[in-house]
Design a protein. Structure first.
Length: 477
């Protein structure tokens, strides 16, 4: 689908549909929406506000410019010219059949048609002749990468390529089954949780604490079976199964029984949920959830585990910023994790941003990961920071880098940190020395790196010396 226009039609603008709108739109796709709900535009606008705050914070590069968002009065207008159609209407099979019959007739023949259904199989969705595949995401769609794909192999393969370009993780389910994979696991936990509450073993808050203080943290980076492999110690999975497998025959759970959702049980759960979280609005809870997910997913980027690996792969496809008079070495959005209680970027992260700029400049002159693996690198020995104005979470941050000196062992850089309106919010003057990583002593850089650094230094020599350059920095031998 790489040669086709990037236009997505979203049919149904609820929580999931709004998340799809944000995922496509913030990755540069044009999006048209059809939803007869008169509140759809307001609801999607609120989801988009949260997504614009959250999704760019996962990345250390800028996402593409947003696409164009259009709300359509008719389904035909929404579908016109689309290359992806995502149906996210309520989970009623007769309603989905009605909608899919219209989509089948009106959508372009080459468009992928996905359904967000959490439970229905493709054979059920297509029993009246539609051409739908299951594309089941997880809330919030604009942050969580998993999409379960079920259906025609060729269509799922095409769909997977599009989803990867959006920073998502397509999981093609080998055989169709009710509720696919993830929701079957979730339903097992949900069912047992209902019994624990009904029988007075715990409250909704206590059950949630058991998840988020324990195995929920493990699952985010290892899943179920890899976690249990580690639990087996050096002997691995076989030892774990031998030790804990017999417990599966004990009457610990009630997974085959369903508690009756009587009025009393519904009221009990609702009251406990209100006591647990009623002091916050849904939008406040969504922002809290998003901030927590961003922090965990950014931590996973370092190791490349789980969702971190998906983010790293997607970020590698995002273009590096174009150079102007000076190379742009950082172009990104400031994440919430870089800010303090006032929402301002913490002073330490000005240095963090300059460090990222230095790393990028090192890559530009060939002092990259392979160079370091070969036993050579530059080490920072001195920084001078000048704070000029505040930067806020969600602000677009760009950094330009000027070479002040590239002679011998030295690399003397001057970074300008630009805020969202192009203003200089800070400057960081940095001195680095070239190091032989084997001897741990200063050394001359290899010839190819020295030549590129010298070339930049000559190009920048005609530029005015930046204001505030340190009087003593760069005097080291």
């Amino acid at each position: 689908m790489s040669g086709l226009a990037k236009k997505a039609a979203i049919v149904g603008g609820g929580v999931i549909g709004g998340g799809w709108v944000a995922r496509f739109l913030l990755n540069g796709w044009d999006v048209s929406v059809f939803d007869p709900d008169p509140q759809a535009q307001r609801k999607i606008g609120e989801v988009l506000a949260n997504a614009r705050r959250a999704l760019p914070s996962l990345y250390d590069k800028a996402l593409p410019p947003e696409g164009k968002l259009t709300f359509c009065d008719t389904l035909a207008d929404a579908l016109a010219g689309s290359t992806w159609v995502q149906e996210s209407v309520p989970e009623r099979l007769n309603l989905k059949h009605k909608i899919h019959a219209q989509i089948h007739e009106l959508a372009p023949a080459e468009a992928v048609i996905g359904s967000s259904t959490s439970g229905f199989k493709p054979s059920e969705l297509n029993e009246h002749g539609s051409r739908v595949v299951v594309a089941h995401p997880f809330n919030p769609v604009y942050l969580l990468p998993l999409v379960e794909l079920v259906g025609d192999g060729d269509i799922c393969a095409r769909a997977a390529g599009v989803l990867r370009s959006l920073g998502m993780y397509p999981l093609i389910v080998r055989k169709e089954i009710d509720a696919h994979i993830a929701d079957r696991l979730l339903e097992a936990v949900w069912r047992e949780g209902l019994w624990l509450i009904k029988d007075g073993i715990c409250t909704t808050e206590e059950l949630d604490e058991a998840i988020r203080m324990g195995f929920g943290l493990r699952w985010a980076q290892m899943g179920l079976f890899e976690t249990y492999r580690v639990a087996g110690g050096e002997a691995g999975m076989k030892h774990f199964l031998a030790q804990f497998g017999p417990a599966l025959e004990w009457p610990w759970t009630k997974l085959m029984d369903v508690p009756e959702l009587s009025d009393d049980l519904v009221d009990l759960i609702a009251e406990q949920s209100d006591a647990q979280s009623g002091h916050m609005s849904i939008r406040e809870l969504e922002r809290l959830r998003d901030d927590n997910l961003i922090g965990m997913m950014r931590a996973l980027k370092k190791s490349g585990s789980g969702a971190g690996g998906v983010l790293n792969a997607h970020e590698a496809t995002l273009p590096d910023p174009d150079a102007t008079d000076l190379p742009v070495t950082v172009d990104r959005v400031i994440p919430q994790s870089w800010t303090d209680y006032n929402g301002h970027m913490n002073e330490a992260y000005y240095v963090e941003a300059s460090g990222l700029a230095t790393d990028r400049f090192m890559e530009m002159i060939g002092a990259d990961a392979d160079y370091v693996a070969g036993g050579n690198s530059y080490f920072t020995v001195e920084n001078h920071v000048c704070y000029l104005s505040e930067l806020l979470a969600g602000d677009r941050l760009t950094v330009t880098t000027q070479v002040l000196n590239g002679d011998g062992k030295k690399m003397h850089l001057f970074h300008k940190l630009h805020g969202p309106r192009g203003e200089v919010a800070a400057t960081v003057e940095t001195l680095l020395l070239h190091i032989d990583l084997n001897s741990r002593k200063t050394s001359l850089p290899l010839e190819q790196v020295a030549q590129k650094l010298t070339s930049y230094a000559k190009q920048h020599a005609d530029l005015p010396e930046p204001e505030g350059v340190g009087r003593s920095i760069g005097k080291r031998d």
